[in-house]
Ligand binder design. Structure first.
Ligand SMILES: Nc1ncnc2c1ncn2[C@@H]1O[C@H](COP(=O)(O)OP(=O)(O)O)[C@@H](O)[C@H]1O
Ligand SMILES: [Mg+2]
Length: 258
């Protein structure tokens, strides 16, 4: 992959099969620094697999991913195991993942959850990581809850800690996989509002979400996935004025389910 574009994220020709089920059938997209990309599509269309491929939690069978200066060409992985591990580690370090459920460490306080990665994984000084963690907690509206354990927080608060934990690793891209879909309806707004703030502050985001109105507000780019391909793409107008029949059907179904 050549560095001829200024895009922060570049995904080319991603293919992935699980057994004989082809889940990604050639996914291509780019995203500019400071933009939000919304990934939408029916259940099973491959959205999570795309995000996990960006973070190399899945190894695609073919294609290439670049985030900033780290790239992997899955067609030409190095034969040498340690060289391969180095490439994976470098690409993985460029993004932070926020999952549907926060998976915080239950036996650690909020502050410990935020400091653990930077100190143990990145080797940063504990006092410096703690200063950053407190600032991040303030940013997600949880100043003062440093000593709480995850179980003492609401689902929305836990998910906001999950977001702060992803940010604590100073990634260049934040990947969010249905960050509000495990929450009670009344807790969705506070989490979406934190994500909106991140977009406004210039974080580069890739978000899988079924929150159509939110996606329309926040996304610079909308990718509609269906059956392992990007079936439609564009700006927020994809959500209000879809061109493809399958996009129209999907949006109708999601909006009717509200
Ligand atoms: N680790 C896995 N092993 C086998 N099949 C998988 C695995 N991960 C995902 N799949 C299958 O791949 C398809 C796409 O999954 P996924 O990317 O999670 O879709 P989405 O997030 O759009 O719902 C689904 O049919 C799912 O069952
Ligand atoms: Mg999914």
């Amino acid at each position: 992959m050549t560095a001829t574009t200024s895009s922060l994220i570049e995904v080319r020709g991603l293919h992935k099969a699980f057994g004989d089920q082809e889940v990604l059938k050639g996914i291509d997209f780019t995203a500019e620094e400071g933009t939000a990309t919304a990934l939408l599509g029916p259940s099973g269309s491959g959205k999570t697999t795309v995000l996990r491929s960006l973070n190399v939690l899945e190894t695609p069978d073919a294609g290439a991913v670049r985030i900033a200066d780290a790239s992997i060409d899955f067609d030409h992985l190095p034969d040498d195991k340690s060289a391969r591990r180095r490439e994976i580690k470098a690409l993985r370090a460029r993004s932070g993942m926020v999952f549907q459920s926060h998976n915080l460490f239950p036996h650690m306080t909020v502050l410990q959850n935020l400091v653990e990665g930077p100190v143990l994984v990145q080797g940063r000084a504990a006092d410096e990581a703690e200063v950053d963690a407190r600032r991040l907690l303030e940013q997600v509206g949880l100043a003062g809850r440093e000593s709480a354990y995850p179980a003492q927080l609401s689902g929305g608060q836990q998910q906001r800690v999950g977001i702060a934990r992803a940010l604590a690793l100073k990634p260049q891209v934040v990947l969010l996989d249905e960050p509000t879909s495990a929450l009670d309806p009344e807790l969705v707004g506070e989490v979406l509002s934190v994500i909106r703030d991140l977009a406004q502050q210039g974080w580069t985001l890739v978000i899988v979400t079924h929150e159509i109105r939110f996606a329309g507000d926040v996304a610079d780019q909308v990718l509609f996935l269906d059956d392992g391909v990007v079936a439609e793409r564009g700006g927020a107008e994809v959500l209000t004025d879809p061109q493809q029949e399958r996009t129209k059907q999907f949006l109708r179904r999601v909006l009717e389910a509200r």
